[in-house]
Design a binder for this molecule. Structure first.
Ligand code: SF4
Ligand code: MG
Length: 313
């Protein structure tokens, strides 16, 4: 993105082996420093896989992951660990990722201690700082996770991620398990943390109304492929891909009732045996013979706006 230091660029694919799922197929996505990119799509479309690949938690079989222009695959083990610490993942369910037998101060202080990121004497101050940044009163740090609400547990998970001083968070359905009012608080926390710490985000969600609240740019995936990508305002005003339009129509308050593209027909096909040509063709009201034969390429439709659909011709 012009004028931005490239924070993350992913070109990822999975090798074709018989019976293997092509979870992420020729996806190319870059995220500028300080940017929030929303990644949307139905469950099973490969967005979590892409998030894990971006964090270095899963290896890609083809392509490259670049952090600040440097390839994750071509680094020494020490550099690799640093790059992995620099990109932290925030999961959906904080309860299952917080050890119930550890006190909050131990949970937040553990990684900096293990990775010797600060002398032991400085860990308590570091824990207080990150709990405070995540909106948890450091006074309660001797308590256990079960003594907190779901929203507070997510804040503890965020404090734990911040404690290793990342420059990027990959949020995978991080607010999906929370009540709507608490969701808004956590989304605002992410925005505040961007201001205070200069964080960059890949924000994965099936929920477009959540993504709209937080993202600068939105990328839409369908069955392992990127089908559309645009600045957030452009996606919500001028989506080009029939799949994106259908997703938007499921949120009635978002789209003025102009024209109906219809609810998406049928179930998402199995990624084990994806449809030929455009993966979306069995569900697309505009599909033609060409769509069954030929994979549509991503093309520019406006500055920063790319879409992969033969209709664009
Ligand atoms: Fe529909 Fe064809 Fe466009 Fe795919 S390429 S979204 S099937 S019109
Ligand atoms: Mg997922």
């Amino acid at each position: 993105k012009a004028g931005l230091v490239e924070r993350l660029a992913v070109k990822a694919g999975m090798a074709k082996a018989p019976g293997a799922v092509h979870a992420v197929d020729r996806v190319s996505l870059s995220i500028g420093k300080g940017e929030i990119v929303g990644l949307v799509g139905e469950s099973g479309c490969g967005k979590s896989t892409l998030g894990r690949v971006a964090c270095g938690l899963l290896p890609q079989t083809e392509g490259a992951i670049l952090h600040n222009g440097q390839s994750l695959a071509e680094t020494s083990p020490v550099q690799r660990r640093e790059m992995q610490l620099g990109t932290q993942m925030i999961f959906q369910d904080p309860s299952s990722s917080l050890n119930p037998r550890m006190r909050v101060r131990e949970i937040v202080g553990q990684a900096p201690r293990v990775h010797r990121m600060a002398p032991s004497s400085e860990i308590p101050a570091l824990v207080d700082r990150y709990l405070g940044l995540a909106g948890i009163d450091p006074e309660v740090k001797d308590r256990f996770p079960h003594q907190f609400s779901g929203g507070q547990r997510q804040r503890i998970g965020i404090a734990r991620a911040l404690a290793v001083n990342p420059d990027m968070l990959v949020c995978d359905e991080s607010v999906a398990a929370l009540d709507v009012s608490i969701q808004a608080q956590i989304l605002n926390l992410f925005l505040d943390l961007r201001e205070e710490l200069g964080l960059t985000y890949l924000f994965i969600s099936h929920d477009l109304s959540v993504v709209r609240h937080i993202s600068d740019r939105v990328a839409v995936m369908y069955l392992g492929r990127l089908v559309e990508e645009a600045p957030s305002a452009e996606i919500f005003r001028n989506a080009q891909h029939p799949y994106t339009r259908a997703l938007l129509e499921e949120i009635p308050e978002l789209v003025p009732k102009r024209r109906s593209y219809g609810v998406i027909k049928g179930e998402i096909p199995s990624p084990l045996n994806p449809p030929t040509g455009c993966h979306f063709h069995p569900r697309c009201p505009f599909a033609t013979e060409r769509c069954r034969m030929e994979v549509p390429k991503l093309r520019d439709v406006a500055p920063g706006h790319r879409s992969a659909c033969h209709l664009i011709d």
